[in-house]
Design a protein around this ligand. Structure first.
Ligand SMILES: Cc1cn([C@H]2C[C@H](O)[C@@H](COP(=O)(O)OP(=O)(O)O[C@H]3O[C@@H](C)C(=O)[C@@H](O)[C@H]3O)O2)c(=O)[nH]c1=O
Length: 182
């Protein structure tokens, strides 16, 4: 008969990671971040999702200035990006993406909190990211992923409101992009 662990041995083991509501990993949702679950309207021709409405006041969508499509190869990490003024709105429309956020605002109640948010075709959602929060994306699918970015500033190559930190080699953000398989 299989040996049943003692409760002391059982309790000494790590507990499973549990997603919070509205399904993300982290101690709490970073202050000011909004996760908008999107509907997929399916029929026999295919499916449709409304990814953003410019009258969405909670997402501050009226300030969106342009729309970009960011394509990533499987396994690729893009990040860490940090904006001082720009708000970002991100929706993964093709494939699946792990979006990781790190609150870098010293005055924030969630300073230094990390959030992992999984989004894409299998879990459509729009994410609002205030400035001051490091963000990066990883394509966790088997094909090209596409993330639609809707920033609140026009892109100005001569004055980009963005700073970057290497996603794997930095002494600022305590995060490992490798897959957590426990
Ligand atoms: C963001 C952006 C980039 N570019 C140019 C600059 C650069 O030569 C090339 C690649 O830019 P990036 O390295 O910034 O692209 P990428 O690394 O895919 O990052 C982008 O991903 C989305 C999801 C975001 O959140 C944005 O912050 C943006 O940085 O495209 C534009 O012409 N317009 C734009 O609006």
């Amino acid at each position: 008969m299989a040996q049943v662990l003692s409760m002391e041995e059982y309790d000494s083991m790590a507990r499973p990671r549990i997603q919070k509501i509205p399904s993300f990993y982290g101690d709490c949702l970073i202050d000011g971040v909004i996760i908008r679950e999107l509907m997929l309207y399916a029929d026999e021709r295919g499916y449709l999702s409304e990814i953003m409405r410019l009258d969405d006041e909670e997402m501050n969508a009226k300030d969106i200035k342009q729309i970009i499509a960011s394509y990533s190869y499987p396994g690729m990490v893009k990040g860490w990006h940090l904006h001082s003024r720009q708000e970002d709105h991100l929706v993964c429309v093709t494939g699946m993406t792990k979006l990781v956020l790190y609150d870098y605002r010293r005055e924030s109640p969630t300073y230094q909190v990390v959030n992992e948010i999984f989004m894409g075709e299998k879990h459509p959602r729009a994410i609002h990211i205030p400035p001051g929060i490091f963000h990066g994306t990883k394509n966790i699918g088997q094909g090209i992923s596409v993330v639609i970015g809707m920033p609140s500033l026009f892109y100005d190559a001569d004055d980009v409101d963005e700073r970057r930190v290497n996603p794997v080699d930095n002494d600022i953000i305590p995060y490992d992009w490798d897959c957590k398989m426990e």
